[in-house]
Design a protein around this ligand. Structure first.
Ligand code: ATP
Length: 374
């Protein structure tokens, strides 16, 4: 059974301004949902509505069977970790961690002591319990906020960009700490971030928001390989998907996609989905790993599905390299990933790239919806 249920959630701040417009989703027990999207799309507003820090304009929020719309934040039994950690500067680390327990009441001194010590051990801050937050580093302060969240038996965990104030190295460690917290307390969790790679790394599922609405929700793999819109295709994945302006043209029962740099036959499976769009303009999406040097390609490469690019930059990566190219006509940039490292001597050279036509994406140029994945 879903533990968080959000139905037709709306938050209107004033006559012109909506924070969230008709958002619905579920978070299952033990599930980690990453809420991702560009600045201003409504992520934090959604989280604040879940926590009860803002009243909803309409719609329903349920935790289990309980409709929580009218329930005060402290009675919703939610643990929330903020971007700025929200630790109290005048309290010691111990008292900061104990804060939620004391506020809820019903715990003996011994229980509080045990819970605080266990949470502090888990996040390696036991030696710091007597310090005040000003005597801590950013990473340590963030771990105090995590320990405070874990010390409580909250029904729901909410995170609002908790890593954005940390440098890259600490962020990596803190991600592991958050996974540890979720492992120990596998409760329904909503995690807000604008960083798609963080969402991909942490989320069991990812919800992509845009302009106050939910664009698509699914596993990272689903969003990456079956995006339902140009927006999701572009937002998920680094390096980003390559896009070409194209047109669908029919030749007998065959349908081709025609772009400036190539004209290639669509696969049979795509035909029923695109036949109503013949003659229309489309955006063609090709993921960097679906463009292959002909000798490496796990599919047939012909002149039709080959484009040419002049190699501008080679970026080594763990699994090979990322190559940045400009089309031979000089009008468009491409990104391709290679499973081998290209030698620097290839820079400035014209490289042929075969496109895996089974893996391309097609979007209606006007609505920007996917023709292949509805
Ligand atoms: P960011 O990643 O920049 O934090 P976000 O996706 O979390 O952005 P929200 O903070 O939820 O976005 O804001 C959604 C929209 O609602 C924005 O346009 C914002 O300006 C607006 N908004 C948020 N809070 C208020 C408020 N109290 N009054 C009026 N408008 C608000």
């Amino acid at each position: 059974m879903a533990v968080i249920q959000v139905r037709n959630l709306v938050k209107q701040f004033n006559a012109q301004k909506f924070g969230v417009k008709d958002v619905s989703f579920d978070v299952k027990d033990g599930e980690f949902l990453a809420l991702v999207g560009p600045s201003g799309c409504g992520k934090t507003t959604t989280l604040r509505l879940l926590a009860g820090l803002e009243p909803v304009s309409s719609g329903e929020i349920r935790f289990g069977d309980r409709l929580v719309n009218e329930i005060r934040p402290r009675d919703r039994n939610v643990a929330m970790v903020f971007q700025d950690y929200a630790v109290f500067p005048h309290l010691t680390v111990f008292e900061n961690i104990a804060y939620g327990l004391r506020a809820r009441g019903g715990f003996t001194r011994y229980e509080i002591d045990q819970r605080v010590t266990n949470a502090a051990k888990m996040f390696r801050i036991e030696p710091l319990l007597k310090r005040k937050p000003r005597q801590l580093s950013g990473g340590e302060r963030q771990r105090v906020a995590l320990a405070r969240a874990v010390a409580r038996d909250a029904e729901v965990y909410l995170f609002d960009e908790p890593l954005s104030n940390l440098d890259a190295q600490l962020r990596h460690q803190a991600r592991e700490d958050i996974m540890l917290l979720h492992e120990k307390k596998p409760k329904p969790t909503v995690y807000v971030t604008h960083d798609q790679s963080e969402a991909m790394a942490l989320g069991d599922r990812i919800a992509v928001m845009r302009s106050g609405k939910l664009e698509q929700i699914g596993t990272g793999t689903e969003l990456y390989s079956q995006p339902n819109s140009l927006f999701v295709a572009f937002f998920i994945g680094a390096p980003s998907i390559n896009l070409f302006d194209g047109k669908l043209v029919a030749d007998g029962t065959d349908i081709y996609v025609e772009c400036a740099p190539f004209k290639a036959l669509l696969s049979r499976q795509m035909i029923p989905k695109v036949s109503a769009h013949v003659g229309k303009t489309v955006k063609v999406g090709v993921r960097p790993e679906d463009m292959h040097a002909p000798k490496q390609a796990p599919f047939a490469v012909t002149d039709d599905n080959t484009i040419h690019g002049v190699l501008n930059e080679i970026e080594p990566s763990a699994s090979g390299c990322v190559a940045y190219l400009t089309s031979a006509q000089g009008e468009q940039d491409y990104v391709a990933t290679f499973r081998i490292r290209l030698p620097a001597s290839y820079l400035g050279k014209d490289i042929p790239l075969g496109i895996n036509m089974e893996k391309i994406h097609l979007f209606d140029a006007e609505t920007e919806r996917s023709l292949l994945y509805g």
